[in-house]
Unconditional design. Structure first.
Length: 262
């Protein structure tokens, strides 16, 4: 039996894909590095850049990191601000546009498959302005406004807000945004699902089986199912992290600290 280990993907580097003028993707967790049931990455859209309607064979959750996103799903058009998140199920046509006049739009993407395909859709959908509201009952997509998401404490002075998951309409993936105060550490733990940890703000110290990594600037750690790790705020500034898991809920299990540091 092959024992999978962590993989560190640096946030700064050449894009993996160019999807069109002013649109690029840098892949993080994916099948290429051994992920199962999960792909994550960062998409960058220049001001005014538009990604036309398309579908995936798996579900996708999109979280805004910086900028302003116009996300259209079968014509239903939403405006998303930083840390707002929208989930689109498999086979549902959707598009994306950077509606910021001056700034690059940066998105964190999570897919419920280790291999992601995109198929263009030529259907013309009637525009429905839902720019400042939530999704309505019966719509396949689900939208989480960060400002309305409940904040709770995962560990002392570590606050979480859920972005997507089974409770909110996603299937096979879940994700959260964590805020670590200065000097905080999330103790050694595991998950029954493969996971992806992206550092969106601040400096993190990621420790697994005695191996230490300093992460920042959208650096991402891929963590295979069952591998114990701990995460520490490595600076005096707040640390913000996006977790993504290949399961409806994160399912953390705290274990002995020595499994992470030795």
């Amino acid at each position: 039996m092959t024992i999978r280990q962590e993989v560190i993907i640096r946030g700064e580097g050449p894009p993996t894909l160019e999807l069109g003028p002013g649109i690029s993707i840098r892949e993080f967790a994916c099948g290429r590095i051994g992920a199962i049931g999960l792909s994550t990455g960062i998409a960058r859209l220049a001001p005014g850049a538009y990604l036309p309607y398309h579908v995936h064979a798996c579900g996708e959750s999109v979280t805004v990191l910086t900028g302003k996103l116009e996300s259209a799903v079968e014509g239903r058009t939403y405006h998303l601000l930083p840390y707002d998140c929208i989930h689109i199920p498999a086979g549902v046509p959707h598009s994306a546009m950077n509606i910021g006049n001056e700034f690059e739009l940066i998105l964190h993407n999570t897919f419920s498959s280790a291999q992601v395909t995109r198929t263009p859709v030529n259907t013309v959908f009637a525009h429905q302005d839902r720019s400042h509201i939530l999704t309505e009952p019966g719509s396949p997509e689900s939208l989480r406004r960060f400002s309305l998401a409940e904040e709770y404490e995962l560990s002392k002075n570590i606050l979480l807000r859920d972005l997507f998951g089974g409770r909110f309409g996603a299937a096979g993936i879940s994700g959260e945004l964590g805020l670590f105060s200065s000097g905080t550490c999330l103790p050694c733990h595991t998950s029954q699902f493969d996971g992806s940890i992206t550092i969106v703000d601040g400096i993190a110290v990621f420790t697994v089986a005695g191996r230490r990594y300093d992460l920042s600037g959208n650096d991402t750690a891929f963590v295979p199912q069952g591998l114990p790790y701990q995460l520490t705020n490595g600076s005096e500034k707040p640390l913000r992290v996006i977790w993504a898991y290949a399961g409806d809920e994160p399912n953390r299990v705290f274990v002995e600290n020595g499994l992470c540091v030795d």
